[in-house]
Design a protein around this ligand. Structure first.
Ligand SMILES: [Zn+2]
Length: 403
C-alpha cells in the first residue's frame, strides 16, 4: 500500500491574516491533504448518518472525525481491515477523538458537561448515581447500554485509537465545564498534563502498527483563565505533539480571547483543531484567531431538527408548509441544485414513512454540511486573497444581520 506525502504528517502555512494569528495552510497526512481552514464531518461510528461517502466527496468534505469511545469494541476489526480510512471506505484523512469527553459526559447524563468529582469526593447518593468517575489512572464508567463496568485511561485510549488508525489522534484529557472553579481547573490541568505525557509514551509504541504513521495532538484545557491557558500551552509547546486540540466549554464572548492566549504560546508550525464548534461565527472567530480545523455534530443534528442554514441566517422548516422556495438560492449543494422546495422538504420531514423521512435527513444533512464546508472554503480563499476581514464582516452581517 502506497501512502501519500511519503507517509509523513506535516503542516504548511500558505498565508497569514495580517494582524491576527489566523492562517491558511495545508495539513499533509498519509491519507491525503487537508486544506485549511477546514471543517471535518463527524462520523462518530465511522460514517456520517444518512450521508454516503460519495455524497461527502460531492460536497467537498476533506476529512472525517470519528470517536474512539464509540468504536472501541470493534477497533480490532478496523485494524484487521487496514485502519479507519480503508475500513469505512472514506478513503481520505481521518481524525479520532480520545473518548474522554464521552466517558466523562456519562458522569452527568449523556451529552451534558458538568463538573466531575473525583472518587474520593463521591459521598452523597446523587454522586453515586453517576455512571463515570475520574481517578489518577483514568475514567471508570458503566457502559450506558450494557451496564458493564469499563475503564479508559490514557494508555487504553491510545491503544484503541492506534487500532482504529486515524491519521490524527487526540491525547486523553479531562474536560472541565463552565461551572468548575479555578481551583478545580488547576487540579484537573495537572492531571491532564500527566495524562498527556502518558498518552505520548503509549502512542509512540503503537503509532506505526498499521503500516502508516499516525499523529497525536495534545489537548489544551484551562477553562476561561488566561494564566492557566497560557501556562498549559507553554508546557505543551515543549512536548512532542504533532498538533493541538483546543478544548473546553467556550462562551461566544470569550472564544476569541481564549484562542489568542493559546495560539500565542503554541508553536506556529503545528496545526490546531478547535473541538466541537461549528456555528458560522465560531468558525470565523476561530479562523481569525489561529484555529485550522473544526468539527461539530451541529450541522447534521440541526438538519434533523428542521433547522437549515441560509446566507440570511438559519430557518425553521416547520414554518414553510407548501412553500415553493428552495433552501438557499446561492447554495451549490446537490439538494439545492435539485431545486427541491421547502414545502416538499417539510413534507418528507414530517412523513410517517421511514424511507421519506430518511430521504429528508439525507437531503438536509447534505445541505447544512455543504454550507459549513463552503464557509471554510470561502474563508480560506479570502485569507489567500488578503480579504479575510471584509469577508468576515460581510458574511456575519448577512447571516446574523436580520436578528
Ligand atoms: Zn444547499
Amino acid at each position: 500500500m502506497e501512502y501519500k506525502n511519503d507517509n509523513k504528517f506535516y503542516f504548511e502555512i500558505e498565508k497569514r491574516i495580517p494582524g491576527h494569528l489566523g492562517r491558511a495552510g495545508i495539513i499533509h497526512t498519509p491519507h491525503g491533504d487537508i486544506k485549511t481552514p477546514a471543517f471535518m464531518c463527524v462520523g462518530t461510528h465511522g460514517e456520517v448518518r444518512f450521508v454516503s461517502m460519495e455524497e461527502l466527496k460531492s460536497i467537498h468534505a476533506q476529512a472525517m472525525l470519528s470517536n474512539g469511545y464509540h468504536l472501541r469494541n470493534i477497533s480490532p476489526e478496523i485494524a484487521a481491515n487496514g485502519g479507519l480510512s480503508a475500513w469505512s471506505k472514506w478513503d481520505g484523512p481521518t481524525l479520532t477523538d480520545s473518548g474522554g469527553f464521552q466517558v466523562m459526559s456519562l458522569g452527568s447524563g449523556c451529552g451534558k458537561v458538568v463538573s466531575m468529582k473525583r472518587e474520593d469526593n463521591m459521598k452523597n447518593t446523587e454522586e453515586e448515581k453517576r455512571l463515570a468517575h475520574v481517578t489518577e489512572d483514568g475514567v471508570h464508567f458503566h457502559d450506558p447500554f450494557t451496564g458493564q463496568e469499563d475503564f479508559i485511561g490514557p494508555e487504553e485510549s491510545m491503544q484503541i485509537q492506534c487500532r482504529i488508525g486515524a491519521d490524527i489522534h487526540m491525547a486523553y484529557d479531562e474536560l472541565t465545564s463552565l461551572a468548575d472553579t479555578y481551583e478545580y481547573n488547576v487540579e484537573s490541568l495537572a492531571r491532564t498534563e500527566r495524562w498527556a505525557k502518558r498518552s505520548l509514551d503509549e502512542h509512540k509504541k503503537h503509532c506505526d502498527d498499521l503500516g502508516y504513521h499516525q499523529s497525536l495532538y495534545g489537548v489544551i484545557q484551562g477553562g476561561r483563565w488566561e494564566d492557566l491557558r497560557r501556562s498549559t500551552c507553554k508546557k505543551y509547546a515543549q512536548m512532542d505533539f504533532d498538533g493541538y486540540g483546543l478544548g473546553g466549554a467556550f462562551l461566544k464572548e470569550t472564544l476569541g480571547d481564549i484562542l489568542t492566549w493559546c495560539n500565542e504560546e503554541l508553536p506556529e508550525n503545528k496545526p490546531r483543531h478547535l473541538l466541537g464548534l461549528s456555528h458560522p461565527d465560531d468558525i470565523l472567530i476561530g479562523t481569525e484567531n489561529g484555529a485550522d480545523t473544526f468539527d461539530c455534530v451541529a450541522p447534521t443534528r440541526e438538519a434533523r431538527h428542521g433547522r437549515l442554514y441560509t446566507m440570511h441566517g438559519p430557518i425553521n422548516l416547520s414554518k414553510y408548509r407548501d412553500s415553493d422556495e428552495i433552501i438557499d438560492e446561492g447554495c451549490d449543494c446537490p439538494t439545492c441544485q435539485s431545486k427541491i422546495t421547502l414545502g416538499e422538504l417539510r413534507r418528507l420531514w414530517k412523513s410517517q414513512d421511514r424511507t421519506e423521512s430518511a430521504k429528508y435527513f439525507e437531503l438536509a444533512s447534505i445541505h447544512n454540511l455543504r454550507f459549513i464546508i463552503r464557509l471554510t472554503e470561502q474563508a480560506r480563499q479570502a485569507i489567500l486573497d488578503g480579504t479575510f476581514k471584509e469577508f468576515k464582516e460581510s458574511f456575519l452581517n448577512s447571516y446574523y444581520g436580520n436578528k
